[in-house]
Design a protein around this ligand. Structure first.
Ligand SMILES: [Zn+2]
Length: 260
């Protein structure tokens, strides 16, 4: 595509196999993916995320307790999280609400989510949000908490809610799921998201579109699919999402640990 690409959400630590990860990063560099947000999900993978980011330029670490893994938040997890955030320039994520089949009780999820949103605000860090089947509650909590910069990763919320979320400062990241022609509502959500808040992601190593090759290099394909839906040149969307991603980070990627 010839321009710099920003992968707004992945989980490189889940590659398990070192050679596969190396190859995925090589292909990503070849495709022009120069910045990516690597999201931790529980205290058990934060160290791996930190190591990946320190070994690979362009990998921005994100530390958080994901709603699926709340049980792994042993006493002291929040202090542990703050410790990781203070070690390197990083975002808070992946955090959020999940009312789907993997949900533990929602009240506990809300407590864990808002504690992390507050921590992000206190430290001036952007937050990466997961939300499934809890959009009404999500909106209420965001209004109450008035967080700093935040993004919905793999946005799958109602298209009609995009404007209100945007007024609260939301960025909207779309994944390979937009390639699935059957997901009409998702395509409408992409059309409803404001251009200046658009981001794209791969969720690597998971591919969330059937038959799609995984890896951060796949970002170029996500952007091509978005270009077809939005009727805009892919090149333009690449540049736009690169600029939006950097705006979301607010210079965090260039900061050195001692400047925190
Ligand atoms: Zn994720």
């Amino acid at each position: 595509m010839g321009s710099q690409l920003f992968d707004a959400h992945n989980h490189l630590q889940d590659y398990g196999d070192k050679d596969k990860l190396k190859e995925a990063l090589r292909l990503a560099a070849e495709a022009g993916v120069e910045l990516m947000l690597c999201n931790g999900t529980s205290p058990g993978d934060w160290e791996a995320v930190l190591t990946l980011a320190s070994e690979n330029k362009g990998v921005v670490p994100c530390f958080g307790l994901h709603p699926w893994f709340i049980k792994e938040g042993a006493p002291g997890w929040l202090e542990g999280l703050e410790g990781f955030l203070l070690r390197v320039p990083s975002c808070v994520g992946e955090i959020g609400l999940d009312g789907g089949k993997n949900a533990t009780d929602l009240a506990r999820q809300e407590g864990v989510f808002t504690a992390q949103l507050r921590l992000a605000k206190k430290l001036g860090r952007p937050a990466c949000l997961h939300c499934v089947k809890a959009w009404g509650r999500m909106l209420e909590l965001l209004k109450e908490e008035a967080p700093g910069p935040f993004m919905f990763h793999s946005y799958g919320g109602p298209p009609e809610m995009a404007a209100e979320f945007a007024s609260l400062g939301a960025y909207f990241s779309f994944s390979g799921a937009i390639m699935d022609g059957k997901r009409e509502k998702l395509r409408r959500a992409l059309l409803a998201a404001p251009a200046e808040r658009l981001l794209f992601e791969t969720e690597a190593p998971d591919a969330d579109a059937p038959g799609w090759r995984s890896g951060p290099a796949g970002l170029a394909e996500v952007i091509l699919a978005a270009a077809a839906i939005l009727g805009r040149p892919a090149e333009e969307l690449s540049a736009l999402s690169w600029a939006n991603g950097n705006k979301f980070l607010g210079g965090l990627a260039e900061r050195r640990p001692k400047e925190l």
